[in-house]
Structures are given as structure tokens and as C-alpha cells.
Design a protein around this ligand. Structure first.
Ligand code: CMX
Length: 144
């Protein structure tokens, strides 16, 4: 089986989208689009970069959000990178078979109707990695 991979986005933890977006707007990106992702307890703000990739600002919606915990421990900054995969279930299965620690056993719903799953930083050398499979109608691969 052949899989496809692409950088989907870089996730950046911010105290607030209002404050966090200033630099990216000054750079000339935008406008920022926002979405509340209930399952992840965050409101996200996206800046399109071209090549099908984006910067995702992450504002926690409550103190029990993983991003709130991250901000408390480390402050604002890069929280994760997201790699787009063509078959998330198969990719998760292959990783599990190699003993890689996934945060959930099943994919869960993410922003833009995607299916997502996180790989624990302890299995990747310290970087939280999100895997994301686009909704079928949005499965646009820029380079393949
Ligand atoms: N990047 C790198 N390391 C991280 C990390 C991150 N984002 N978050 C936690 N860690 C590290 C901590 O530094 C800690 O390391 P040490 O043991 O060496 O100190 C270890 O992981 C455990 O950290 P913790 O604060 O106790 O956090 P938890 O174990 O409770 O949770 C994690 C860590 C990754 C399982 C949890 O944050 C998670 O489930 N993340 C996935 C979901 C998520 O982040 N959702 C928000 C984004 C949603 C979106 O993009 O839509």
C-alpha cells in the first residue's frame, strides 16, 4: 500500500487569538478564519500559507484543555505539527504495530471536517504530531 504525506499545518499555542494574530497580519497573511473545535476544547485561527499548508493558532476554551495545560507549563509557542495522510486508519495501525504511542485508539473529528489523531511526543523525540485525513471532497494533494 502506498501512503501520501504533506505538511498540513503548524499549530501554535496562544493565550488569545486576538493577541496571537497580530504578527501574522503584520506579515501580510490573512484574513484569519476561525473555528471552535469542541472535541479538542480549542478555538483555532487559520492563516493560509499556500502549498496547501497553514499556521493554526490555538486558543484554549477552558482550563481543562490540553492547550491550556501546555500554556501553563511552557507558555505560547509551537504546540504541534500536523501531517496530512491519505489513510489515517492504516497509518495509525502501522504505527501501533511498531509500538508507537497514540493519544487515541480511533481517529476523532478535527477542524474542517477532518479525521485526526495525535502521536504522543514521547514516541517522536519530543514533538507532538497530529495526523490528519482530509474530508473526501477536500482531499487536494498539492504535490502528488
Ligand atoms: N509538545 C511536546 N511535548 C509535550 C506537549 C507538546 N505539545 N504537550 C505535553 N508534552 C510533554 C510534556 O512536556 C511532558 O514531558 P515530560 O514528562 O518530559 O515533562 C509530557 O509530554 C506529559 O505532559 P503533560 O503536561 O503531563 O501532559 P499530558 O500527559 O496530560 O498530555 C498529551 C500530553 C500530548 C497526551 C496531550 O496534550 C494531548 O492529548 N494532546 C493531543 C490533543 C491536543 O493537543 N489538542 C489540542 C490541539 C487540537 C487541534 O489542533 O485542533
Amino acid at each position: 500500500m502506498s501512503f501520501k504525506f504533506e505538511l498540513d499545518h503548524i499549530g501554535v499555542a496562544v493565550e488569545s487569538l486576538e493577541k496571537g494574530k497580530a504578527f501574522y497580519e503584520a506579515l501580510g497573511l490573512g484574513p484569519m478564519t476561525t473555528e471552535k473545535v469542541e472535541s479538542e476544547k480549542v478555538t483555532v485561527g487559520f492563516f493560509e500559507l499556500g502549498n496547501n499548508s497553514r499556521i493554526e493558532l490555538l486558543e484554549p476554551t477552558g482550563a481543562d484543555s490540553a492547550v491550556a495545560k501546555y500554556l501553563q507549563k511552557r507558555g505560547p509557542g509551537i504546540h504541534h505539527i500536523c501531517i496530512k495522510v491519505s489513510d489515517i486508519v492504516a497509518t495509525m495501525g502501522a504505527l501501533k504495530a511498531m509500538g508507537v504511542q497514540l493519544v487515541s485508539d480511533e481517529p476523532r473529528p478535527g477542524a474542517h471536517g477532518k479525521l485526526i489523531c495525535f502521536v504522543h511526543p514521547k514516541s517522536t523525540g519530543g514533538l507532538l504530531i497530529e495526523l490528519s485525513q482530509p474530508a473526501p471532497e477536500k482531499a487536494d494533494w498539492s504535490s502528488m
